[in-house]
Design a protein. Structure first.
Length: 417
């Protein structure tokens, strides 16, 4: 099954064509502003070749249907509403917003998983308008420039799925359909790590005649009085990088449907890892017939740690439900007995998942410039029900976690035509 997704032979052929020049790579990355925590971006130079794009489209479509099924169930199921509200005190208002809103919570998102012999197992959802597309696309152009023979790309008709094109068209169409000559607001932090990406979107939208503004979510000039406004200018569309629950004006704007959110605030509840446990509970309910097999086969087995039974440390992962960056991830076989027992004694706010070993490939990168066998996970940007860009995160050597904060490197994927 893994070979039906990855073309191993052509991936290895491509690896042989990498012309690595370590002394030049960091210079090129710096010139292109590919920095992570003020250091040059960890770059993988040999992307994997995916042989089946249709499988990813099917995955995205099934995931989108599932999220909408769950949304409809939440609106009707008061018991489920209460379970979600218990996950986080802030979710009370978000669940109420979801009940009174007709927009799908799944707009622009990222789903993370692991490639296995039985297909792709999803392990997490990111619903906070995930960034990174432009960084990956810049990396792609640099990667191809390092091949000794670019003809290998043309000869095999490999291509890269450019996610920013799909997202740009979606932004423009959303403004055309949803806006009434108001502002398109991009909301994040003043020193957001995605600032360069936000500046790109601002320029792109303005070049297409759309009035666009960048706003810090704590900016006092953002206010709601029947309409959401910035310095008394009406906002019609919001693209947010963060989940700004502390900004009551944004909450009120969503409650009153006064503007269109690209990813509504209430979509954040689906990013809580405990939702994966609830999803498995829902699969046998009426209305989930079309999603039952998808949940069983494609969503990693997840339980609330507080009620989990028959725990096998060597085959399990404990995660803090609202953690990120790998900080709250404890893989059983890589965690001390003392730490593991401490987690079991304090189970609230944690989930436990089945541990699935990541596949391994030989990779070359700027941080590890010799051929090294490394583990990797699989990530997919999804726009509504469409797969718009896959990529992989390659673990640092001898590291179980694939997060950037844990030293991982990223790489785009190429498709065969």
């Amino acid at each position: 099954m893994l070979e039906s997704i990855i073309n191993s032979q052509k991936t290895e052929e491509l690896l042989l064509k990498v012309n690595l020049k370590p002394q030049e790579i960091d210079k090129v990355l710096s010139e292109n502003n590919l920095l992570y925590n003020n250091k040059t971006y960890p770059l993988i130079l040999n992307p994997i070749i995916l042989s089946n794009q249709e499988k990813l489209n099917k995955l995205a479509s099934s995931w989108y249907k599932l999220i909408n099924n769950i949304t409809n169930e939440i609106k009707e199921n008061k018991k489920l509403q209460e379970e979600i509200k218990k996950l986080n005190p802030n979710y009370k208002v978000l669940v109420n917003n979801l009940i009174n809103n007709n927009e799908s919570p799944a707009c622009f998102s990222r789903i993370d998983g692991i490639l296995t012999e039985n297909g792709i197992k999803l392990t997490e959802f990111n619903m906070n308008s995930p960034g990174g597309l432009l960084t990956l696309e810049k990396m792609h152009s640099l990667i191809t420039s390092l091949y000794e023979e670019k003809e290998i790309i043309n000869k095999n008709k490999f291509y890269f799925q450019k996610g920013s094109e799909a997202l740009k068209n979606f932004f423009i169409n959303s403004y055309s359909k949803k806006a009434d000559n108001g502002l398109f607001a991009i909301i994040g932090k003043k020193d957001d790590e995605e600032k360069a990406e936000h500046l790109f979107w601002k320029k792109t939208l303005e070049d297409n005649g759309i009035p666009t503004i960048l706003i810090d979510y704590q900016d006092k000039n953002l206010s709601f009085n029947g309409n959401l406004k910035y310095n008394n200018e009406k906002i019609d569309i919001i693209y947010r990088r963060l989940f700004p629950i502390k900004n009551k004006d944004l909450i009120k704007a969503e409650q009153n449907n006064s503007c269109y959110f690209i990813n509504p605030l209430y979509s954040s509840v689906f990013g809580n890892k405990s939702m994966l446990s609830l999803i498995h509970k829902l699969k046998n309910l009426d209305g989930f017939e079309n999603s039952k097999d998808f949940i069983k086969n494609s969503i990693i087995k997840t339980q609330e740690l507080s009620i989990a039974e028959n725990i096998n440390k060597e085959k399990s992962v404990i995660k803090i439900s609202e953690s990120s960056g790998g900080k709250g991830v404890f893989i059983g076989k890589a965690t001390s007995e003392e730490k593991w027992n401490s987690l079991l004694k304090n189970p609230n706010g944690k989930i436990i998942q089945e541990y699935i070993p990541q596949p391994k490939r030989n990779f070359i990168g700027n941080k590890y410039p010799t051929l090294t066998l490394r583990k990797f996970d699989f990530n997919l940007y999804v726009l509504k029900d469409k797969a718009i860009m896959p990529y992989i995160r390659v673990n640092a050597p001898n590291e179980y976690r694939s997060n950037n904060a844990c030293g991982s490197s990223e790489s785009i994927c190429l498709f065969e035509k």
